[in-house]
Design a protein around this ligand. Sequence first.
Ligand SMILES: Nc1ncnc2c1ncn2[C@@H]1O[C@H](COP(=O)(O)OP(=O)(O)OP(=O)(O)O)[C@@H](O)[C@H]1O
Ligand SMILES: [Mg+2]
Length: 253
Amino acid sequence: MIEVKNVEKSFNGNKILKGISTVFETGKTNLIIGQSGSGKTVLLKSLLGIHTPETGQICFDGRVYSDLEADEKRELRTEIGMVFQGSALFDSMTVAENVAFPLRMFTKDNTAKIKERVDFVLDRVALVKAHNKLPSEISGGMQKRVAIARAIVNNPKYLFCDEPNSGLDPNTAILIDNLIKEITEEYNITTVINTHDMNSVMEIGEKILFLKDGLKAWEGTKEEIFRTDNEAVVAFVYSSNLFKKVREAYLKE
Ligand SMILES: Nc1ncnc2c1ncn2[C@@H]1O[C@H](COP(=O)(O)OP(=O)(O)OP(=O)(O)O)[C@@H](O)[C@H]1O
Ligand SMILES: [Mg+2]
């Protein structure tokens, strides 16, 4: 469980996160939604320790990040897997080398053990014949799978994904969402996903935090998002006619 308490973050005197408090639950896919520029990536990077909030606390299963010693912070960092916006694979490394990278960085595992683990996670994301390919030789959906495999190779307790299905066709996007949800449940990971995508909300929105201009405008589950009359949520989520119709049908049931 990650507890976020009153987190504020500014750049050049410009407040981007304006006092965010929430809880991201273990074994669940927690989504952060909101318009472009609302602060989703800044919040995720604050969880990751890339940004340091001026105010507030981020607490990882009882460990307050800002109170940790440098070596404890390093240790915590090894418990986090990250899928960055875009897949951010190393272009000159093969798929298998990309996935092995965190193990080479953070563990003392020998080559045989690394190979076994890389084979296991690539198999888990259903990529069996791609080991020796370069990222440029595989599709966007396969690249996302590689990024997910790399993020989970070190058995993380926490998994952060920034727009993991952007740029994919709707079917592939849903496959990727469901893969992340399955892995989250299977390994009991605290997963936080940034998304614009209402399909993701409907598929895997077990907990949804809605940001608007750096403030928490709403939070709840995908069932609750249908029923809310919060104006900001309705304006954001139901700007599409399709979702307006889905909501009307749901509320009639
Ligand atoms: N390193 C930085 N320095 C200065 N300003 C920043 C920095 N990072 C983000 N910002 C600003 O913070 C605001 C929120 O950006 P952020 O990237 O979190 O938005 P987002 O919700 O992730 O948007 P998108 O959906 O487009 O990815 C933006 O106005 C952005 O310009
Ligand atoms: Mg972003």
